[in-house]
Each structure stands twice: as structure tokens, then as C-alpha cells.
Design a protein around this ligand. Structure first.
Ligand SMILES: NC(=O)C1=CN([C@@H]2O[C@H](COP(=O)(O)OP(=O)(O)OC[C@H]3O[C@@H](n4cnc5c(N)ncnc54)[C@H](OP(=O)(O)O)[C@@H]3O)[C@@H](O)[C@H]2O)C=CC1
Ligand SMILES: O=C(O)[C@@H]1CCC=N1
Length: 262
């Protein structure tokens, strides 16, 4: 049994992705502070709500509560884990050391997933803790690869990874929102603008993933000399969009580091 503690946005993305990948809903249990939320997910996905103490029966316990809620959950779990249980924390900015100190001897793995797991296109970074066996790391890798792709990395790189793939979907949705608004300003209906922008994201992502060409070359392919794209990119440069993205990635990484100290 996989128990997901904290069935919010990311918890549900993983659950839905796992079920779509073929994992039986009966194999998944959820714990959440909100009874209506548990009922909603039971109805939508066919998973079952359990109490935190029932996670003692789970082989894999995924901690998906907000980072500041992690200490309380760890305190409740301490001393109640099954032999061989694996604890997977997806909380941003909660170091392995804090997790391992609260669960002495337990196998712990830190993971940074992202919400596209919901549609089987997730990206995740995996950091094995000291007591995690090779089989347990493979189990986690299998669970993340079932909903997209993953890499095993060092904890030192996890905040940077969070700044790209963990939080990254939000930057792209932000750009999509702004482009849709731009289309509406030009007189397109919101539905037309949304369809145009959505398919442009899908096509561009597929080219980036499948063409073998760099983002730079793909951008140059669109940019005809003295043409429309060059004018648009000039406006982005004038507004400092590249610098803003560099700063956004840095601020995200820095916030992850700060959270580790809170
Ligand atoms: N959202 C994302 O894209 C990503 C999130 N993460 C990480 O995932 C974690 C969850 O984030 P997110 O899904 O956005 O947050 P949410 O607030 O959507 O989900 C957290 C859920 O946990 C519930 N909860 C709170 N306390 C407890 C408890 N003691 N026991 C069980 N459930 C509890 C919350 O209920 P209530 O709201 O009532 O408090 C809520 O439903 C965070 O640690 C975040 O860093 C990692 C990668 C990506
Ligand atoms: O915003 C957050 O803190 C979480 C972690 C990565 C994405 N969402």
C-alpha cells in the first residue's frame, strides 16, 4: 500500500498520475486534515481515506503536506512505522537531516516532483537518504517514472532543481496567462486565444523534447531577419524578461534554502 499524507494539489497530481499509469486505486490510501477533501478524492479516484496511525501498514508513505506541517506529521509517525517502511518526503526546503533525525533508522527519500505528474508528464529529482536501500530507491524511481521522468541527484542540487522543474510549471502558466491576455487585447476571443497559446506550448515543448535541437536554435528558426519575431523578442529584452527569469530561478532556489532554516 502507498499512503499519501496530505492530499492537496501535489498529492492529488501524484495519485491521479499513478492510477492513470495502472496502479490500482485500492493500493493507494490518503490521509488529510480535511474530511471533505478526503471524501472528494475517494469519490474522484476510488482511493480510501485512512488515519495517520493506519500508515503503519504502508510499505511506502509519501509526505505531501506543506513544509511547516512536516514536523507534526513526523512526530506522529515516529515509532509507528512498519519494518522496512519507506518514507518519501516531497516537501520543499525540508532537508533529509531533519527527516532522518525525526525518524531514527528509517529509510527516507527526498523527492521534488511537479504537477504535470497529473498527466503523466512529470519531472522529479530524487535524493536517497542514508538508510534507503537500492531496492527502495528503485521503488521510488519506478513510482516517479510511472508519472513522467526522474533523476537521482544530490541534496545540494535539490533547491536548484526545485527552481527549474518543481516550481517551473508556474512560470510557464504565468507566461501562458500573459500571452492569452495579449491575444484578448488584440481582439481574439478568450477561447480562441487559449486554444492558440495552448497548442503553441504543446508544439514548442514537443520540438524541445524531440528535435535534438537546443532552445537557442529552435528560437532562431522562428526569428526571420527583420521580421515579426525579432520585433517581439526585442520587446522582451527591453523589458528585461531574460534577466527576470534568471532572477526568478535564483529567488526560488534561495527561498528553498531559507525554508530549510525555518
Ligand atoms: N504544488 C506543487 O506544485 C508542489 C508541491 N510540493 C510540495 O508538496 C507539498 C504539498 O504542497 P501542495 O500540494 O501545494 O499543498 P496543499 O496545501 O495543496 O496540500 C497539503 C494538504 O495537506 C493537508 N494537511 C495539512 N496538515 C495535515 C496533516 N497533519 N495530516 C494530513 N494532511 C494534512 C492540507 O489540508 P489543509 O489545507 O486543511 O491544511 C492539504 O490538503 C509541500 O510540501 C510542497 O513543498 C512539491 C513539488 C511541487
Ligand atoms: O511553491 C512551492 O513551495 C512548491 C514547491 C515546488 C512547487 N511548489
Amino acid at each position: 500500500m502507498i499512503a499519501v499524507v496530505g492530499a492537496g494539489a501535489m498529492g492529488e497530481a501524484l495519485i491521479a498520475g499513478w492510477i492513470a499509469s495502472g496502479i490500482e486505486p485500492a493500493e493507494i490510501a490518503i490521509v488529510d486534515a480535511s474530511a471533505p477533501r478526503v471524501a472528494e478524492l475517494e469519490q474522484r479516484h476510488g482511493v480510501r481515506g485512512i488515519d495517520l496511525t493506519d500508515t503503519a501498514e504502508a510499505e511506502t508513505i509519501v509526505l505531501a503536506v506543506k513544509p511547516y506541517q512536516i514536523p507534526d506529521v513526523l512526530e506522529s509517525l515516529s515509532g509507528h512505522l512498519a519494518d522496512g517502511a519507506l518514507v518519501v518526503s516531497i516537501a520543499a526546503g525540508v532537508p533529509l537531516a531533519k527527516l532522518e533525525d525525526a525518524l531514527p533508522g528509517a529509510a527516507v527519500v527526498r523527492v521534488m516532483p511537479n504537477t504535470p505528474a497529473l498527466v503523466g508528464k512529470g519531472m522529479a529529482g530524487i535524493v536517497p537518504g542514508a538508510a534507503a536501500t537500492g531496492e527502495q530507491v528503485e521503488r521510488v524511481t519506478g513510482l516517479l517514472d510511472a508519472v513522467g521522468s526522474s533523476i537521482v541527484t544530490d541534496e545540494a542540487h535539490l533547491d536548484a532543481l526545485t527552481a527549474l522543474s518543481g516550481s517551473g510549471p508556474a512560470y510557464l502558466f504565468y507566461v501562458a496567462e500573459a500571452m492569452i491576455e495579449g491575444g484578448v487585447h488584440q481582439g481574439l476571443t478568450r477561447a480562441e486565444a487559449t486554444a492558440l497559446v495552448t497548442q503553441t506550448f504543446v508544439g514548442s515543448a514537443a520540438m524541445l523534447a524531440e528535435s535534438g535541437k537546443s532552445a537557442t536554435v529552435l528560437r532562431e528558426m522562428v526569428t526571420s531577419p527583420a521580421g515579426t519575431t525579432a520585433a517581439a523578442l526585442r520587446a522582451l529584452d527591453d523589458h528585461g524578461v531574460r534577466a527576470a527569469l534568471l532572477d526568478a530561478v535564483e529567488q526560488c532556489r534561495t527561498r528553498g534554502r531559507e525554508m530549510a532554516e525555518e
